[in-house]
Design a protein around this ligand. Structure first.
Ligand code: IPE
Ligand code: IPE
Ligand code: MG
Length: 246
């Protein structure tokens, strides 16, 4: 598969990995079968990002709203996270992947939280690909926790309220230390954001595909990257201004 012009490859890609339940239903299997199948698509996507030069990959694995699902599905997902962490971290580390978990990690039971922290610490020196897994994550939660940090700094007298601007608040949102989000992909056919990276999405390009997450393969990623490469990002300016700069 030929690679796109490196200058047109998105540096930061985020994916709402949706459609596992429907994929399983089509096969007359329980929803958890679909979640397990989704793990293979995660592995493939990580490899394909390394191959095609994507530097940051942020995956939505579990939303703050997904806690409302039936208890057995939530339990199965937690088990899947534990198993995946125990099995995949060696290989990710070997491939130079830096792993981060973003979201309300306090909401997980201590054993799982410890595994997440250990994996983050272990891979902290890697740089080939930054892999962020959003778990118990909500875009509104993200903005609220940033606002709370700002309020605490004001309360400590380190900051005046009138010093809070987009740049400052943005620094407290998740992933602010990484390149800005370029491409948002959602699989599974729904055209909605479902409380993913609300702040970070401001100028991301959006790509929606009907492909169900377990079927998302190299060709699917490539077609999203090619779609992105054809976009003109204007950031509020005119097409003429952008063309002159290029
Ligand atoms: C996404 O797939 C995975 C999680 C939300 C954890 P779904 O489980 O939402 O699959 P569908 O949308 O029901 O097909
Ligand atoms: C979004 O998918 C969350 C993840 C993929 C982790 P959902 O399946 O939860 O989204 P809705 O409920 O269809 O909006
Ligand atoms: Mg869904």
């Amino acid at each position: 598969m030929t690679s796109a012009d490196p200058a047109r490859v998105p540096r930061h890609v985020a994916i709402v990995m949706d459609g596992n339940g429907r994929w399983a239903k089509l096969r007359h299997r329980p929803r958890t079968f679909g979640h397990n199948a989704g793990r293979k698509a995660v592995r493939a996507t990580v490899e394909n990002c390394l191959k095609h030069g994507v530097k940051v990959l942020t995956l939505f694995a579990f939303s703050s709203e997904n806690w409302q699902r039936p208890q057995d599905e939530v339990g199965a997902l937690m088990e899947l996270f534990v198993r995946a962490l125990d099995k995949e971290v060696d290989e990710l580390h070997g491939n130079g992947v830096r792993l981060r978990f973003v979201g309300d990690l306090e909401s997980f039971e201590p054993g799982l939280r410890q595994r997440m922290l250990a994996a983050m610490n272990r891979t902290a020196g890697n740089d080939a690909l930054h892999l962020n897994i959003a778990v118990s994550y909500g875009g509104r939660w993200d903005i609220v926790q940033a606002a709370r940090k700002a309020a605490e700094a004001v309360a400590r007298g380190e900051l005046r309220a009138d010093q809070i601007d987009e740049k400052l608040l943005g620094q407290w949102t998740c992933l602010s230390e990484l390149p800005p989000l370029d491409l948002f992909i959602r699989t599974g056919g729904e055209c909605r954001v479902s409380n993913f990276l609300l702040w970070q999405l401001a100028y991301a390009e959006l790509h929606f595909t009907d492909t169900l997450w377990p079927d998302f393969d190299e060709a699917s990623l490539k077609s999203a990257i090619d779609d992105y490469a054809r976009r003109e990002r204007r950031f509020g300016k005119t097409g003429e201004q952008v063309a002159k700069k290029a």
